[in-house]
Ligand binder design. Structure first.
Ligand SMILES: [Zn+2]
Length: 312
């Protein structure tokens, strides 16, 4: 009898809470409704967040468009205003947004700021002393990591927008499944590249995670950040490396100039070695709207096809 009473009173208490959609949780003032205007830093994050949130309900903007280099991107006064007006701001983190550290700190004092790299323990990152944090911020090219970053952002969004919690959970499942398929597809596309040809040379080191996942080696002229300079010695060392490894092609990127790569091609030419410049890879930003690489899935697939074509 006592048990039945307990169960009835629990049921009753639950019914009361369920009938009060705006019932505050605990005694904090955290239950204020948060607006639906979200500003993210990169086009890659925009693609993720657009996939996670229910369509047509949120205003999602990216500060940087396609082809923009986040390492050296300096927000304009108008950008700062956009950031301040947003209800939620989302960063990649690990100093990818190299010149936005200060504004991020300021925003976090007054606004909801989420960071994709907070999804991970440090052990999952690739160490690279050339980066400010000592870790490589290009983790989207490790597709299982990008899924985990999406899981982290979903959890945060569900807390901010509890009325859309189920939608966000369903959207995350669909999005993650699509990336898992893509992951297998990329292995398939790259299977034509022989083991001794699995070297990707770019202007900056954006593809270390890609290389770790898909068994490639990477080398670059400017190291990990596009803001680094390169010298005559760097070019000579790279030319030596290319000739001794019989590398057929090197890869330009959609966010950097081709100047560095042209210097290498000329250096090879002088030594009688013909080196091709392959199609462009999409590194730190999506392709233009309307192209195949305008989504994360499309961008990763396009890169895999370009690498396979150039090195097979
Ligand atoms: Zn980069």
């Amino acid at each position: 009898m006592t048990n039945l009473l307990k169960r009835l009173s629990l049921l009753f208490a639950f019914a009361i809470v369920a009938c009060q959609p705006n019932a505050p949780k605990g005694d904090s003032n955290e239950e204020e409704t948060i607006g639906n205007h979200i500003v993210v830093t990169t086009s890659l994050l925009r693609d993720m967040v657009e996939n996670l949130l229910p369509k047509g309900e949120y205003k999602i903007e990216s500060l940087m468009g396609s082809g923009v280099d986040p390492h050296i991107y300096k927000p304009t006064r108008k950008d700062v205003q956009r950031l301040r007006e947003a209800d939620v701001v989302i960063f990649n983190g690990l100093h990818l947004e190299g010149r936005m550290g200060e504004i991020k700190e300021q925003l976090a004092k007054k606004q909801r700021v989420l960071t994709a790299s907070d999804a991970f323990n440090k052990e999952r990152f690739i160490n690279n002393s050339e980066f400010e944090d000592g870790q490589d911020p290009h983790f989207w090219f490790d597709l299982p990591m990008w899924i985990d970053a999406g899981a982290h952002i979903s959890r945060e969004l569900k807390e901010l927008y509890p009325h859309h919690s189920d939608d966000i959970a369903n959207n995350f499942e669909q999005w993650a499944t699509a990336i898992k398929y893509l992951y297998r597809e990329v292995f398939e596309i790259l299977s034509v590249v022989p083991e001794n040809k699995r070297i990707i040379i770019t202007s900056h080191d954006a593809l270390s995670y890609f290389a770790r996942e898909f068994s490639f080696e990477v080398n670059s002229l400017q190291g990990s950040s596009t803001s680094a300079e390169f010298g005559v010695k760097d070019v000579k060392d790279m030319v030596d490396f290319i000739i001794s490894n019989e590398i057929p092609a090197i890869f330009p990127e959609n966010i950097t100039s081709d100047q560095a790569l042209e210097a290498i091609v000329k250096g090879c030419e002088k030594r009688g070695y013909e080196l091709k410049i392959a199609e462009e890879l999409y590194s730190d930003a999506l392709g233009e709207a309307g192209t195949d690489a305008a989504t994360f899935e499309g961008m990763v697939r396009a890169n895999a096809v370009t690498i396979a074509e150039a090195l097979k």
